[in-house]
Design a protein around this ligand. Structure first.
Ligand code: AMP
Ligand code: MG
Length: 310
């Protein structure tokens, strides 16, 4: 079991551990991350080992200052600057061209890098005190359900790490929206709490009417554009049967999880609900999906992946 720490003393201990090359559980507003100092290649490699994550699946750099985006990137587009100026700190990750000094261990060998400025105050203070970016993929074993509390991190990978910083339950509960800013039009590679409608609105606000060159498209090309986005992911052991309408759910005694009501609350409790299925050894559950709009896209995406057969 890892030690779970909190408060100012816990934050200081976390900064110290990161500086000395340890990997630690770190709270963010989306899900808990497994953090390492980005410039420490050995620490970053340990993340891949502990998670069981293929080395080709790149990690997201978490920053606390806007100038750190400039340091990590080159050729930033105006649209990207606009997006981050509106959405940061917050649940938006941008893919940008990596500066030459960025470690290819973090980028999975790519010449692009993913960057996000988290809004969680604890994460901000830790990254600010450290003074350099951290990488922080979700603190779960590869393919498992993402953790939204310090206890979830402990249950999944507590045997492999020494320290978890407890910042309370995550406010948002699903991973960040990923927007590829190296393509024109921009592409949303992963849905999250910054919705396609949000991205459209921000981008449209800057483009001359009818210019068309800054429209947003959804990912249409295969998984190679965003490695790590396999069909089955975020998965509990239970078989999930998805329904678009509560009216089609059979009364067969299996539990019914409804995500079609308050989507913000649904996102916050999503992974907790999936974990509970496993804790109660439930073999099959019915899931009612929210409509495909706003945060509903992210919920539908995660639930579809959680339901996908092996
Ligand atoms: P997470 O699992 O939350 O750490 O998110 C990491 C995901 O971000 C990866 O699995 C990729 O899908 C995506 N990603 C990170 N860096 C890049 C990159 N340079 N190019 C494309 N996708 C990326
Ligand atoms: Mg993950």
């Amino acid at each position: 079991m890892a030690r779970i720490v909190s408060g100012t003393a816990g934050e200081l201990e976390t900064v110290h551990a990161l500086r000395h090359g340890d990997i630690v559980g770190l709270p963010t507003e989306t899900v808990y991350g497994l953090a390492a100092e980005m410039r420490n290649d050995d620490a970053v490699r340990r993340i891949f080992t502990v998670k069981g994550r293929p080395a080709s699946h790149p990690l997201i750099a978490h920053i606390a200052r806007f100038d750190q985006l400039e340091e990590l990137s080159q050729d930033l587009s105006e649209t990207c600057r606009l997006l981050v100026s509106v959405c940061w700190p917050g649940p938006l990750t941008v893919i940008v061209r990596a500066a030459p000094g960025v470690s290819r261990v973090c980028t999975g060998g790519r010449d692009t890098v993913a960057v996000r400025m988290p809004a969680h105050e604890v994460a901000q203070r830790v990254i600010t005190a450290l003074g350099t970016p951290v990488v922080a993929p979700s603190a779960n074993r590869f393919g498992h359900v993402s953790p939204t509390s310090a206890q979830h991190v402990d249950a999944d990978i507590g045997e492999e790490i020494d320290l978890i910083l407890d910042g309370g339950p995550c406010d948002i509960g699903v991973e960040s929206t990923i927007v590829d800013c190296t393509t024109s039009p921009l592409q949303i590679l992963r849905h999250g709490a910054i919705t396609p409608e949000d991205v459209h609105r921000i981008v449209e606000s800057a483009s001359p009417a009818g210019s068309g060159d800054s429209r947003v498209s959804l990912q249409t090309t295969g998984p190679s554009r965003a490695p790590g986005m396999m069909d089955r992911h975020y998965a509990p052991h239970a078989t999930l049967v998805l329904h678009d309408d509560v009216g089609t759910v059979p009364r067969d005694g299996a539990p019914v999880l409804r995500f079609d009501d308050d989507v913000v609350e649904a996102a916050r409790v999503l992974y907790q609900r999936l974990r509970e299925l496993d804790e109660r050894h439930i073999p099959l559950a019915h899931v009612v999906l929210p409509p495909a709009r706003g945060l509903g896209y992210a919920l539908r995406d995660r639930l579809t992946k959680a339901a996908a057969g092996l």
